[in-house]
Design a protein around this ligand. Structure first.
Ligand code: BGC
Length: 356
């Protein structure tokens, strides 16, 4: 070889590299195939679950079932509850975005304020699911809920069947919750013919809403209406079980519990017990296992960039037609409590029929 030492060393080095490099690449490839590492699709999916609050009993079930299902599917979940504060909810969601979640599932405290969450997430390419409550003024990727207009319809339709004439008080849910308005729409759909022919009178013009779905606010408002009407109330269309509890307490104060009809929603354990006791007339059962499981599956699918086969309808949120999964609610009274709520494993028979 006719070269200087430095040139020779350089050439030998080059020859060594060109022989070893392919070997090195083959080794890495084999290692990857054998141990399945270094593939970004194997990264654990991270889901952010942003909740309005955990105060109403059902939300704890929603959280537990959602987290369990997501884990079963190999995802991890960060859960944050905003304690009913929309500003806090937006901050918590921002924080989860910073933590690098792949998808955000939001139970909004306020349907308008939470549109900021959708916008911020989308800027980072993160998909958003509106869970149980619709988010407006933005473009959520999925809305999953029960048919809330139907929930309202089932509440009022039941009471009307039991009491076709009389004074009705409509107590709405939180005015910032889109569901509260859907419920009212359904309630009026059931009552309107009877209002029009004069069989039903709405007291307090049906304008009361329980702020934050707070049972205490419901109690105060029911007391005000009882005072104003001199106890001339035949039925209270309460929009959920928590507020129904407040109403029943107000009725108890006037010895009217059991003689005034009261509706509800959620099949909370205390509501089921009141139904057995006769102080609450009915509730609407929504299988939480179903919505929480479906939502977790949808979150994982969205994170993987898959299409959502089950989102086969849309709901307009004022801005777009949001792909939606809408589940069916069930009317429950003392006659089908066992068949629906207990049989579904929502509560035990022992708890429902517990007498203090
Ligand atoms: C839900 C109800 C719940 C209420 C209060 C509504 O949006 O649909 O199930 O009782 O919020 O948390």
């Amino acid at each position: 070889m006719n070269c200087k030492i430095s040139q020779c060393v350089y050439r030998q080095k080059n020859a060594l590299i060109s022989t070893l490099l392919p070997l090195f690449i083959i080794l890495i490839c084999c290692g990857t195939m054998l141990f399945g590492c270094a593939d970004s699709s194997d990264k654990k999916i991270k889901i952010g679950l942003s909740m309005d609050s955990l105060r109403v009993e059902r939300w704890q079930k929603d959280r537990d079932i959602f987290v369990a299902e997501a884990k079963k599917l190999g995802a991890e979940v960060i859960v944050q509850s905003a304690d009913g504060d929309p500003v806090k909810q937006n901050e918590q969601a921002e924080n989860m975005i910073t933590q690098g979640v792949d998808v955000l599932v939001v139970i909004p405290k306020d349907s308008i304020a939470s549109s900021q969450i959708v916008k911020a997430a989308h800027e980072e390419g993160i998909k958003v699911i509106a869970y149980d409550r619709l988010i407006s003024e933005s473009e959520p990727d999925l809305y999953i809920s029960f048919d809330n207009k139907q929930v309202g319809y089932l509440q009022a339709e039941y009471l009307l069947r039991k009491k076709p004439k009389g004074n009705y008080f409509l107590l709405g849910g939180d005015p910032g919750d889109n569901n509260a308005h859907l419920l009212r729409e359904g309630q009026l759909r059931a009552l309107q013919p009877a209002i029009d022919n004069g069989d039903i009178q709405l007291v307090a013009e049906g304008k009361h809403w329980a702020v934050g779905w707070d049972p205490l606010d419901a109690l105060n408002k029911a007391e005000q209406v009882l005072t104003k009407t001199n106890n001339q109330i035949d039925a209270v269309v309460a929009s959920n079980d928590g507020t129904a509890g407040g109403v029943v307490q107000a009725l108890e104060g006037q010895n009217l519990a059991g003689s005034v009809l009261v509706s509800g929603q959620d099949a909370d354990i205390e509501a089921c017990q009141r139904i057995v006791k006769g102080t609450q007339t009915m509730t609407v059962y929504k299988p939480i296992r179903l919505i929480a499981t479906e939502a977790a599956q949808a979150a994982v699918a969205l994170a993987k960039g898959e299409t959502l086969e089950k989102a086969n309808q849309t709901v307009n949120n004022g801005k777009i037609d949001v792909p939606s999964i809408i589940l069916t609610p069930i009317q429950v009274d003392k006659d089908n409590l066992d068949e629906v709520v207990i049989k579904d494993g929502f509560h035990s028979r022992e708890d429902v029929y517990k007498t203090e």
